[in-house]
Ligand binder design. Structure first.
Ligand SMILES: *[C@@H]1O[C@H](CO)[C@@H](O)[C@H](O)[C@H]1NC(C)=O
Ligand SMILES: *[C@@H]1O[C@H](CO)[C@@H](O)[C@H](O)[C@H]1NC(C)=O
Length: 369
């Protein structure tokens, strides 16, 4: 279980905010080097910082929004006005964006974080550019994260470019054709679009995303069972290293997590690579980071921001779609050895902290329910 802020005797929400300004230099340089293990002391600090931030979200800022802030902090009055204003502006969504904005700004300001895509390593840049989709007519860039409604966004892009008649057409999604990736453009074309286009991405609770990837790929997709499942079983299941008949179709969640612990985040398959590494939110300043948890609303506000015609809407969930419920996630997380989860979290810590998701609660009490 990660340490809690209270254990350190830090004070109320502001303490959490101060916690964020700790020096991330060593931690982030190790992230950039592609080394996957943050030094343990820094890991500890990052966890404390994100814990403090969460405290701020849960206790401090959100409460502060209900009533005028006593000290009248810079942007709060504006938010409050918008809340009362006509047109039903979604206050909760704005607060979340604001918190994400500040968190990302604070953490990305650290010296060794990348400040533009040109300061990324060749591998990091390649991954990023292959995940950014371009629409020149409506002037936007969308960084897709697999397992975060990316097929539906790709449908929207195809409809906008005329390659698909409607988002509801019942065809299997081809994830490559009729889409323009930033990686296919020249450096000066890339530079122009990064500077002038509306840039957005969507994020999801990191453990839920991993569980979704696990259930989909190892439960349903034979090519993944062959490519990854076989290797995982041979590596991590006792006595299976040399077994010929391993089919890789019965990988357990714990085996999958153990595999992730041993993999280099920069070389992972995109379905489980951290969202941070796919979209590089420090190198690209996104105008909007939507949440899977509020997909309909957030997708809608993006579509309005980029001024697409009214007939283009975000697709409904597919009927075959099996959501990961809170209960399912609880069940899988609580069935993991605590030690394993503790080893995993540092790899995904930037996804938790930059996108402001609480770390999973793995206390015995919580798991008893
Ligand atoms: C967050 O930051 C982006 C880019 O600086 C800006 O476009 C957006 O309006 C900000 N969102 C909020 C809610 O402040
Ligand atoms: C974890 O869950 C337990 C039981 O639901 C709760 O009492 C505790 O406060 C939670 N801890 C955190 C850090 O959320």
């Amino acid at each position: 279980m990660p340490p809690h802020r209270q254990d350190l005797g830090l004070s109320r929400p502001e303490g959490g905010r101060r916690g964020l300004t700790i020096n991330f230099r060593s931690a982030t340089s190790s992230v950039r080097r592609g080394s996957t293990v943050l030094p343990s002391v820094l890991t500890f600090l990052v966890i404390v910082a994100s814990g403090g931030l969460l405290m701020m979200i849960e206790k401090g800022m959100l409460n502060g929004m209900e009533t005028p802030a006593p000290r009248g902090g810079g942007r709060r009055p504006e938010l409050l006005r918008q809340r009362r204003g006509p047109g039903g502006v979604d206050v909760e969504a704005q607060i979340l964006q604001e918190i994400r904005n500040r968190t990302i700004k604070t953490m990305c300001r650290q010296r060794n974080m990348p400040h533009s895509i040109w300061s990324l390593s060749p591998l990091q840049k390649k991954t990023l550019l292959q995940h950014v989709l371009v629409n020149d007519e409506y002037r936007f860039l969308y960084c897709y994260v697999p397992k975060v409604a990316c097929s539906n966004w790709k449908r929207v892009l195809k409809v906008l470019s005329g390659a698909l008649e409607s988002v509801d057409v019942n065809v299997k999604m081809d994830h490559r054709s009729d889409l323009t990736f930033l990686s296919s453009l020249k450096p000066e074309e890339i530079r122009y679009r990064l500077k002038h286009y509306f840039k957005f991405m969507f994020v999801r609770e990191p453990m839920e995303r991993l569980l979704s990837a696990y259930r989909n790929k190892f439960g349903e997709i034979e090519s993944y069972q062959k490519k990854y499942g076989v290797e995982i079983v041979k590596r991590y299941r006792k006595g299976h290293a040399k077994v010929q008949s391993v089919r890789g179709d019965d990988v357990t969640f714990a085996e999958f997590i153990r595999y992730l612990v041993d993999e280099d985040v920069e070389r992972m398959n995109e379905h489980w690579m951290p969202m941070y590494n796919l979209c590089q939110p420090c190198a690209v300043s996104y105008d909007f980071i939507g949440s899977y948890e509020r997909l309909e609303n957030d997708a809608d506000s993006v579509l309005r921001r980029v001024n697409v015609p009214h007939f283009v809407h975000f697709p409904e969930r597919q009927t075959w779609y099996k959501p990961v419920t809170t209960e399912t996630l609880h069940y899988y997380l609580c069935s993991l050895p605590q030690k394993l989860l503790r080893e995993l979290l540092p790899k995904y810590i930037l996804d938790f902290s930059l996108f402001t998701y609480p770390l999973p609660n793995m206390t015995a009490e919580h798991c008893r329910h």
